[in-house]
Design a binder for this molecule. Structure first.
Ligand code: ADP
Length: 234
């Protein structure tokens, strides 16, 4: 469970060009939710996503993942949390173009998680399983520069789930794809969500947002009113 309470983020704090980008964001995202974050350019979506992804710090408020407060842990612990719990997918795929699909997905596994690094053979088996999950096993040995946009995004998703994170954060994952490929990639996210992962997608695309169970609207660093959802059993 992800919980944000009154999160404030100011860029260039203490300087003449200080800018408060998030003005007190409170938000709960339950395990296994699939949520879209929408808002106009400059609304604070990337800032929020970077905080959720533990790549950026906030100035005040509380951010907890499964009860653990992210503001109270060291950089090293934060990196570890990120490695174990969070997978990131970016609009431009962020793959190493000269590497094969297999070697790209291998990258997060080459970093030891809590000091335990799997043997190369085991890592390879795991990578092939991840590529199979996204329908890319037969492309394992292809260089990613020779793949289509949709295939690249599948490889990037396989890389994001390589360490078996419970949360996947995606920043405009379909922004560079045509509508047919967007549908295919959304199907991959749905499958991962059905397998129990929490998915949070920043998007400009209303068709992508509609497919998510929940749409969080952010404007000028604030969350707009969200209609309350009916609780199960009510
Ligand atoms: P979005 O992703 O919704 O387009 P951002 O989170 O990137 O919005 O930006 C929110 C606001 O914070 C914008 O006004 C932007 O100019 C400002 N901002 C973002 N990053 C920085 C930074 N590194 N330094 C100063 N201001 C920033």
């Amino acid at each position: 469970m992800i919980c944000l309470k009154d999160i404030v983020k100011t860029y260039n704090k203490g300087k003449s060009n200080a800018y408060e980008a998030l003005h007190g964001i409170s938000l709960e995202i339950k395990d296994r939710e699939m949520a879209a974050i929408m808002g106009t350019s400059g609304a604070g979506k990337s800032t929020l996503l970077h905080i959720l992804a533990c790549v950026d710090r906030y100035d005040s408020g509380e951010y907890t993942i499964d009860g653990q407060e992210m503001g109270k842990i060291s950089e090293k612990q934060m990196a570890q949390e990120r490695n174990e719990k969070i997978g990131m997918v970016m609009q431009d795929f962020a793959l190493v173009e000269g590497f094969t699909a297999l070697d790209n997905v291998m990258i997060p596994l080459d970093f030891a998680v809590r000091g335990h690094r799997r043997k190369r053979k085991k890592r390879r088996e795991r990578v092939l399983k991840m590529l199979e999950l996204v329908g890319m096993k037969e492309y394992a040995d292809k260089q990613t520069k020779n793949l289509s946009g949709g295939q690249k995004q599948r490889v990037a998703i396989a890389r994001a789930i390589a360490n078996d994170p419970s949360i996947i954060l995606a920043d405009e994952p379909t922004g560079a794809l045509d509508s047919a490929t967007t549908r295919e990639i959304m199907k991959v996210f749905h499958d991962l969500n059905e397998q129990g992962r929490t998915i949070i997608i920043v998007t400009h695309d209303p068709t992508v947002a509609e497919e998510c169970g929940r749409v969080i609207q952010i404007e000028d660093g604030r969350i707009l009113f969200e209609p309350p959802k009916t609780q199960a059993g009510e």
